[in-house]
Design a binder for this molecule. Structure first.
Ligand SMILES: C[S@@+](CC[C@H](N)C(=O)[O-])C[C@H]1O[C@@H](n2cnc3c(N)ncnc32)[C@H](O)[C@@H]1O
Length: 213
């Protein structure tokens, strides 16, 4: 089965979504879970920050954050709104085709790896491996194949389904192997509900902490 690139490219969907959800809400439960692992003054890069609720939370703790997203309108809004907040910078772009940047101590991806296809994931993991310092930590939360949304919509390649946007559901063991083959050790993984409830939905999601060798 081929994946239609127009369906994978989600920028129009997310620009429209964030035009209606411009203001950052409270940080996610995942960000609160990650926070104790972070040290003030270190560098964190967030892939797919959306309205930057988690990046803002980390910057407020004195972590130097670079928040990346494809939604340039939303990032223009956030750049202006948070111009006086120290430790926070934004960069608009495709997280699967990033240039080399100053190495980070931490990488953070919440609900973004299921928004890209397998080839995009591989470019992102390779980039992550090249741009994370040795022993640096990569924090990931992503939808699992055990999510009740799995199977809803038009079936595409690699456990992906298209509803009003693209979602590619992740098999934990396979994903761990892909991280390992890109130079990471798995320090922690969990697949469970109760981690990312939203309105009436309590999906089974995957959390991973991987460490660059
Ligand atoms: C489900 S939202 C998650 C936002 C945020 N991480 C959070 O948890 O609130 C997915 C985000 O990933 C971004 N995204 C998806 N594909 C992307 C890509 N190829 N490059 C950059 N951002 C991307 C979308 O624009 C959107 O903001």
């Amino acid at each position: 089965m081929n994946t239609d690139t127009a369906k994978v490219n989600s920028s129009t969907f997310w620009e429209a979504y964030y035009a209606k959800h411009r203001e950052p809400a409270n940080c996610s439960m995942f960000a609160a879970f990650v926070s104790p692992f972070l040290k003030e003054g270190k560098r964190l890069l967030e892939f797919g920050c959306g309205n930057a609720r988690d990046s803002i939370y980390f910057a407020q703790q004195g972590v130097n954050v670079l928040a990346i997203d494809q939604c340039s309108n939303e990032l223009d809004f956030l750049t202006d709104k948070f111009k006086d907040l120290d430790h926070l910078n934004f960069k608009s772009g495709d997280m699967t085709n990033l240039p080399e940047l100053e190495a980070s101590d931490y990488l953070y991806s919440r609900f973004t790896i299921h928004a890209i296809d397998r080839s995009g994931e591989q470019r992102l993991l390779q980039w992550a491996s090249n741009n994370l310092k040795s022993n640096g930590l990569f924090f990931i939360e992503v939808r699992s194949i055990k999510d009740t949304l799995f199977g809803k919509g038009e079936a595409l390649a690699d456990n992906a389904f298209f509803t009003d946007h693209y979602r590619r559901f992740i098999t934990l063991k396979d994903f761990e192997h892909r991280l390992e083959s890109n130079g990471f050790d798995i320090l922690y993984s969990l697949e469970s509900n109760g981690l990312a409830p939203y309105k009436d939905d309590d999906p089974i999601v995957i959390r991973v902490i991987a460490q660059k060798k």
